[in-house]
Design a binder for this molecule. Sequence first.
Ligand SMILES: O=C(O)C1=C[C@@H](OP(=O)(O)O)[C@@H](O)[C@H](O)C1
Ligand SMILES: C=C(OP(=O)(O)O)C(=O)O
Length: 433
Amino acid sequence: MDVTISTSRVRGRTRAPPSKSYTHRAILAAGYGDEATVTDPLVSADTKATMRAVDAFGGSVERAEDGNARLVVEGFGGRPGVPDDVVNCENSGTTMRLVTACGALADGLVVLTGDDSLRSRPQGPLLSAVEELGGRGESTRGNGQAPLVVGGSTPGGRVSIPGDVSSQYITALLMAGAVTDEGIEVELETELKSAPYVDITVEVLEDFGVEVERTDEGFAVSGGQSYAPEGGEYAVPGDFSSMSYLLAAGAVAAEDGASVVVEGARPSAQGDSAILDVLDSMGADVAWDREAGEITVPRADLTGTTVDVGDTPDLLPTIATLGAVAAGDTVIENCEHVRYKETDRVSAMAEELGKMGASVTEREDRLTIHGDETDLVGARVDGRADHRVVMSLAVAGLVADGETTIAGAEHVDVSFPDFFDAIESLGVELRRE
Ligand SMILES: O=C(O)C1=C[C@@H](OP(=O)(O)O)[C@@H](O)[C@H](O)C1
Ligand SMILES: C=C(OP(=O)(O)O)C(=O)O
C-alpha cells in the first residue's frame, strides 16, 4: 500500500498503542506458565507471531471477544512441546530470539524461519550460547541467520555472550533459564546495548513471580521457577516507541495555539520514554502528567541536538526526522546496532530523508542531519518494509513542501496497526492507494 501525505497541521488527542515489547514477553511468560490473561495487549503482526509460537509449543492464545481487549493464554506448562510444523516468526526479531531459547528446551527439534528481513538478521551469538548450554542451535545455511534448528532439552548452566548485537539474546536466555533444571547465568562479553529492554524483561518476569539477579558479569536466573502473574492477570502499558511518532508530529506540525495530547503514557521501564528528553533538548515544550498517563506537546521551532541511542535504538528514525526539521545539526551517536533491525535503519533514514531534500552525513556508528542545509520537499520514498521507517517518513511528510508518497506503508501493521487512522484523527490529510 502507498500512503500519500499532504503538508498538514495537527491537533487533538490520541492514544498510544500498547507496548510491543511488554506484549511479547507477557504472552511468552504466560506460555511458560499454566494459564494467564494478558489485558490491553498489542495485537499486531509481530505479537501474533509470538502467539502462534506459544500455540506451536502446545499452549493456546485466545482473544476475548467481549469488547475488553484481552488474551487468554493456556500455557505449555514450562517445557515446550515439539511443534507439528516450522515456526514462522515472519518479521519479528523479538519472537525469533525468544523462541530460539524456548525451543532449545524442547525434547526434540524446532525449526524457525521468518521473512526475507528476519532471515538476514544476526542469530549466531544466541545459537552459540544455546550450544554452550548443552542444547542444539544451528543455522541451516551456516551463516548465523535463520532458518534455525534448535532443541536438545538444554539443561542450563553458565554462558558468555556479546552484549552489543542484541539485548534480545539476554531476554531470551533469562526467560528460558527460569524453567531449566540448572538455571542460566549470563556473562556479558561486551557492554550491553539496548539495556532498558532487559530491564523490561526483569520487570515482566518479576510480575510473573520469576526472579532475575543482576551480577557483576551480567545476569542470572535460577531454574525450577514457575510463571504466574498475581491474580492471574497481567496488564500491558502503552508503547513509548510508537508514541514517539505522535509526539514528533505535535512538535513539528501542531496548529498554532494547539497541541497533540497522547494518552496511555504511564511510566514503565521503557528506555524509549527518552523521546521526551530528546524533544525537550530540541526546544519542545513537552508536559508529561505521569499520573494521568498523558503527554502534551505543542509545535516548537526545534534546534539540533546530540543523542546517544545506545539504549534506545528504535528512536533513531524518529530523531532523524526531527533533525531534518530542526535548525542546525542533529547528531545521532552510538547507532551501529541500529543497522541490524528490520532493515539497516541508519542507511535507510539517510537515503530516504535524502530523497526529501535532507542533507545527511552517514558514518558507521553516527548519523548527522544538517538541518540548516535541509528544506524538506515531498517525494516518493520507500518505507523499506520497516514500520519505523514508514512512520518516521510520514512525520517528515507533514512539514515537507508538497505530497510525500510512502511505498510499503502497510508495514505499520508490525507495531502500530492503526497508525494512519491515529494521525488522520489528528487532522493529517492522507490518501491510501
Ligand atoms: O526486546 C525487545 O523488545 C526489543 C529490543 C531491541 O532490540 P535489540 O536488543 O536487538 O537492540 C529493540 O530494538 C526491539 O525493537 C525490541
Ligand atoms: C527492531 C524491532 O523489533 P524486532 O527486533 O522485534 O523485529 C522494532 O520494533 O523496531
